[in-house]
Design a protein around this ligand. Structure first.
Ligand code: GLP
Length: 235
C-alpha cells in the first residue's frame, strides 16, 4: 500500500485529482469508479478545474459509482446519482449515457445488482476506483460482516452508518436503511484503488485498514491484498 499523509483537505484533494487526472490522460477511455460522501467533493472540484482549464477531457471515459440508496429516486437530492450530477457530471464533458450509478428503485433488487455487476465486467472492469471510508471501515456500503461479499448486492445499513447519514435528513426515520453496493470482490477487481480519508475521527480505522488483521469485520482491510492501492490521509 502506498500511504500518503497530507496536512489538510486541500492537499488531499489536489493529490487525489492528480492521480485521477493522470489515469485519464494515460487512457482517454478509462473506466472510472467514483464514490460519494463528503470526502471526495474537493477532489471533484479539482477535476472540474482541470477540465475548465482545458487539461482534462472526460468525453471518452465511462464511470461506475460504488453504490446507491435503496428506495431513493434519482430526483431526491440525497440520492447518489443526484450527488454525482451536482458535484461532477454536470460540470464536465462526460457523456451522460456513460455514467452509471446502480438503481435504487428496481423492484427486483437482485436482478439490478446482477445487471450492474455484468455491465462493469462487460466494460472491461474498473481502471481506477475512488473510495472513501466509513468510521466502521465500510467501503462502498460493504458493512462489517462475517464474510467479504463478492458481487454487487443489496445491504442493510449498519446502525452507525444510518446515524452518520442522519446529518443529511430532518428526522432519523427518513434516513435510508438499505443500499445497493458494489461488492468487495467488485472493488478488488479494479486495477488501481485510491482511498481518501479525512480527519482525526478516521485515524483509528485507517490504522486498522493498513496494519490490522484482514477481516470482514473491517471491510477495508481487504485492500492489504490489492497490489495497487494508494491511501491519502489527512491527519
Ligand atoms: C457513505 C458512502 C461511502 C463513503 C462514506 C464516508 O457511507 N457510501 O462510499 O465512503 O459514506 O463518507 P464521508 O466521506 O462523508 O465521511
Amino acid at each position: 500500500m502506498n500511504h500518503i499523509v497530507v496536512k489538510n483537505y486541500e492537499d488531499m484533494s489536489k493529490q487525489a485529482a492528480v492521480i485521477i487526472a493522470s489515469q485519464i490522460l494515460r487512457k482517454k477511455n478509462a473506466i472510472m469508479g467514483f464514490a460519494t460522501g463528503s470526502t471526495p467533493i474537493g477532489t471533484y472540484q479539482e477535476l472540474i478545474r482541470l477540465y475548465k482549464e482545458g487539461i482534462l477531457d472526460f468525453s471518452a471515459i465511462t464511470s461506475f459509482n460504488l453504490d446507491e440508496y435503496y428506495g431513493v429516486p434519482v430526483t431526491d437530492t440525497n440520492s447518489y446519482r443526484y450527488f454525482m450530477e451536482e458535484n461532477l457530471f454536470s460540470h464536465v464533458n462526460i457523456r451522460k449515457d456513460a455514467t452509471f450509478v446502480p438503481s435504487g428503485m428496481a423492484s427486483d433488487a437482485q436482478a439490478e445488482c446482477d445487471r450492474y455487476e455484468e455491465m462493469i465486467q462487460q466494460a472491461g472492469g474498473v481502471d481506477l476506483q475512488l473510495l472513501g471510508i466509513g468510521h466502521n471501515g465500510h467501503i462502498g456500503f460493504n458493512e462489517p460482516d462475517s464474510h467479504f461479499p463478492a458481487r454487487t448486492h443489496l445491504v442493510e445499513l449498519a446502525q452507525s452508518t444510518i446515524e452518520a447519514n442522519a446529518r443529511f435528513y430532518k428526522t432519523r426515520d427518513e434516513v435510508p436503511k438499505k443500499a445497493v453496493t458494489m461488492g468487495i470482490g467488485t472493488i478488488m477487481k479494479a486495477k488501481s484503488v485510491l482511498l481518501l480519508a479525512g480527519g482525526k475521527d478516521k485515524a483509528d480505522i485507517v490504522e486498522k485498514t493498513i496494519k490490522g488483521p484482514i477481516t470482514p469485520a473491517v471491510p477495508a482491510s481487504i485492500l492489504q491484498l490489492h497490489q495497487d492501492v494508494t491511501i491519502i490521509q489527512v491527519l
